[in-house]
Structure formats: structure tokens, C-alpha cells
Design a binder for this molecule. Structure first.
Ligand code: F0G
Length: 399
């Protein structure tokens, strides 16, 4: 890609756009359109996505024993997950190509996001999900936005295989993260983060890994920032997977192995990342190895506790997102991340995406996929109380 701007003018231009009322400027994706493979005057399909907060999180930082921890909350996007930053680009492209039907396989968030953007673009939309394995909140979004929701028997990987067959029809446009426009849109989060940190990136960027599109997108984003002189070094990209759905982590820890082995029966309560055959593992591998990052796993208990700790910072995320804080805690105690390093964790989805999980954790009825009950280490149990001031008073004094 040829750039006619110097880094300083680009930074100024992108910042100025935040004060504009043009939707392309208001979007945290299209604001960076000089780096997107779309005509500068293209009519974009946008919901003003991106521009999400970067939070300090003192309780999570204490939990990880890491003073300089911040959380980039991608759950604050229009449909509650990071998928919107990629979907605006993919659906814009689908409309430009004149697609008859846009489709995806999903564990729920891609589905909710596609359904919303397809509705904005007035495009026919179908999503394929693993029956009984998607949270009600995510399904509710897809239904409300008018998508055709097809629930199949099998897991996400079965859905993915099926959808790839469907997309052999040229009038059908596939928007899973193998779609390069998804990655293009999602890579702008790296730009936005660099801007929020005044172009001085942290030592580590930590994110959950499922189908591995997001890790690939961050890798591409930082690489482009570096090669165009907007930053002078990249953060180490670290991917965290749930222990029961960790083919990428196994590949990382057994690098001598010459082939990538899928996980036949992925298992985790973090349903967003219950994926055994990640389609973008090669690109994510490049992101991790080129930046000197790592790949690790966390248990169901570690995910659940980390999620509750993030909650105590007043920041709600879904279970998959909490793998990050759980992973950081583990990597700091193992000495892989040093106490004086700066770390940003990416929270990928909003707490309300899976409130059933939250209620079960606090009611101490969360059961891991292997049948083991999980502890409510930081449980906050609702208290039944008589409707009298005296009864209430006694309870309110306690910590
Ligand atoms: N976190 C959340 C909340 C997700 O929804 C996903 C993926 C990931 C992390 C993993 O990101 O796949 O780019 O490595 N959800 C997809 C979906 C699979 O269908 O919504 P990834």
C-alpha cells in the first residue's frame, strides 16, 4: 500500500476526525481509512463502531500482581463485541459486490454482529450456529435483527465446514474471519489503541484465541503501523485459550510437531471460544512468533474467577474475554511477564452477552464441562430479606 502522508499528519488527521459528524469519521474503523482497501469515497455500512474505552483496572492489576495493566473493552461496540469492527468492512464489501446473501458460522457474536450490519445494508442474512450452545442473549440479537438463524446438530467446527460449502455459490458472501475484509476492519483496533497510548505501545498485548482471526488482525495492524513509521516497536502478542479448547496452545508448546492438530471435542463454558479447528491459525502464528509473544491456557476455574475480578473493577465482560486476565495472572507468576512491564488485555465481549454464566457463578452453581462444580471464589450471593427497615439495616452495616 502506498502512503502519501507522513506519520505526524496522519495522526493529526485521525484525531481531528473524532470531532466530525460524518459517519465515516465517527467510526473507529473508517477514521483510519487510509489503511483500508476500500475507495476513500465508498458508501460504508456503519453503526459508529470502534472508539472503545481503554480502562485502568486496579483490582485486576492487583490480582495479576502487575501494576501497569489496562483493559481495552471491545465489548463496548454497538452489538457488544469486537466483531463489529470487522463486520462494518465485510458488509460494506458485500454490498459493493452485490451479494444476494451474507452468511457466517458462529458461536454467537459474529452472528449478532452480521445480523445487525446486514439489516443496516438491507441484505438477506443467514447464520449457522451449533444448536443449544449459543447464549440466549446472542441468539436474541440475531433474531431481533432479522437474520435467518439455522441451528444445527454439532459444534462450531461443523458449522464452519458447512458454511464454507455454501459459500462456493458466488452469490453467497461469507463473512467469517477468513474473509480478508473482516481482518482489515479489525486491524484498526491496533491503530486506535496506539492512538490512546499516544503511540507508545505496551510490552504485551493479550487476547483470547478461538478461531484466531482477532490475533491475526492485531498482528497485521501492528505490522503496518511499524512499517509506516507510526510506531517504533510492536507489543508482544500473547494468545490465551481455554484449556479444553486449546489446539493453538498445544501447537505452540509442541513446536517440533510438523502439523497442526485440531481438537476433536473442544470443551469450555466460555462458549465464544469453544473451537477446535481454528481457521486462521497460520496468520495468528505469524503474529505471535514475529512479535515474540506466547500462547497459554487457563482452566475453567481460572476463567470464572478472573471474570469476577474484572467485574469488581466495574467492567463487565463475557467469559471468553476473562481468559486474558486469568492468563496474565499465570504468566506474571511464571515470570514470563515481568512486574514492571506494561500490559493491555483485550476484552472481546460484554458481560450481558452471557448473564446466565454470571448468575450461576455468584449462586455457586456453575458446573465445568467435565462435571466438576466450580467454586464461587468471589461469589456475591443475592440475599433474601424481609421487607422491613430493621431487617435491611442489619445487613447494610456489614462489608
Ligand atoms: N472472544 C469473544 C467474545 C468471541 O466471540 C470470540 C469469537 C473470541 C473471543 C475469539 O476470537 O475467533 O478471532 O480468535 N467468536 C466467534 C463467533 C467465533 O462466532 O462469534 P477469534
Amino acid at each position: 500500500m502506498a502512503f502519501t502522508f507522513d506519520p505526524a499528519s496522519l495522526r493529526d488527521l485521525w484525531l481531528q476526525r473524532r470531532a466530525s459528524f460524518d459517519h465515516r469519521d465517527r467510526s473507529g474503523v473508517w477514521r483510519f481509512r487510509e489503511f483500508l482497501p476500500v475507495a476513500q469515497d465508498a458508501e460504508v455500512v456503519t453503526l459508529d463502531e470502534g472508539n472503545t474505552p481503554l480502562y485502568e483496572a486496579p483490582r485486576s492489576a492487583d490480582y495479576c500482581r502487575l501494576p501497569q495493566l489496562s483493559l481495552k473493552h471491545q465489548g463496548c461496540n454497538p452489538t457488544g463485541s469486537f466483531k463489529d469492527t470487522g463486520m462494518t468492512a465485510a458488509v460494506t464489501q458485500a454490498r459493493k459486490l452485490g451479494a444476494r446473501l451474507v452468511v457466517c458460522a458462529s458461536t454467537g457474536n459474529t452472528a449478532a454482529s452480521l445480523a445487525a450490519y446486514a439489516a443496516r445494508a438491507n441484505l438477506l442474512c443467514a447464520i449457522i450456529v451449533p444448536g443449544g450452545q449459543v447464549s440466549d442473549a446472542k441468539l436474541a440479537q440475531a433474531l431481533d435483527y432479522g437474520a435467518k438463524v439455522l441451528e444445527i446438530e454439532g459444534n462450531f467446527d461443523t458449522c464452519m465446514n458447512l458454511i464454507r460449502e455454501l459459500a462456493e455459490d458466488p452469490s453467497v458472501y461469507l463473512v467469517n474471519s477468513i474473509n480478508p475484509f473482516r481482518i482489515e476492519g479489525q486491524k484498526t483496533v491496533a491503530f486506535e489503541l496506539a492512538e490512546q497510548l499516544e503511540w507508545r505501545l505496551p510490552d504485551h498485548l493479550v487476547l483470547p484465541g478461538g478461531n484466531l482471526g482477532n490475533s491475526s488482525a492485531f498482528g497485521k495492524g501492528f505490522r503496518e503501523l511499524l512499517s509506516s513509521g507510526l510506531i517504533d516497536r510492536e507489543p508482544k502478542i500473547t494468545v490465551v485459550q481455554a484449556a479444553g479448547a486449546a489446539p493453538f496452545a498445544h501447537f505452540y508448546s509442541d513446536r517440533e510437531r510438523d502439523s497442526f492438530v485440531n481438537e476433536e471435542h473442544p470443551q469450555t463454558l466460555a462458549s465464544a471460544i469453544k473451537i477446535g479447528a481454528p481457521v486462521s491459525w497460520q496468520k495468528a502464528w505469524r503474529a505471535v512468533t514475529e512479535t515474540g509473544g506466547t500462547v497459554t491456557t487457563v482452566t475453567e476455574q481460572e476463567i470464572a474467577d478472573a471474570k469476577a475480578v474484572i467485574g469488581r473493577d466495574g467492567i463487565g465482560c463475557e467469559p471468553a474475554s476473562a481468559t486474558t486476565v486469568a492468563g496474565i495472572q499465570k504468566l506474571v507468576s511464571g515470570g514470563v511477564i515481568k512486574e514492571n512491564e506494561r500490559v493491555v488485555a483485550v476484552l472481546t465481549g460484554h458481560l450481558l452477552k452471557d448473564s446466565e454464566y454470571v448468575m450461576k457463578y455468584h449462586n455457586q452453581s456453575l458446573i465445568a464441562p467435565d462435571g466438576e462444580p466450580l467454586m464461587g471464589t468471589f461469589a456475591n450471593v443475592p440475599i433474601p430479606v424481609a421487607a422491613s427497615r430493621e431487617a435491611l439495616g442489619g445487613l447494610l452495616d456489614d462489608e
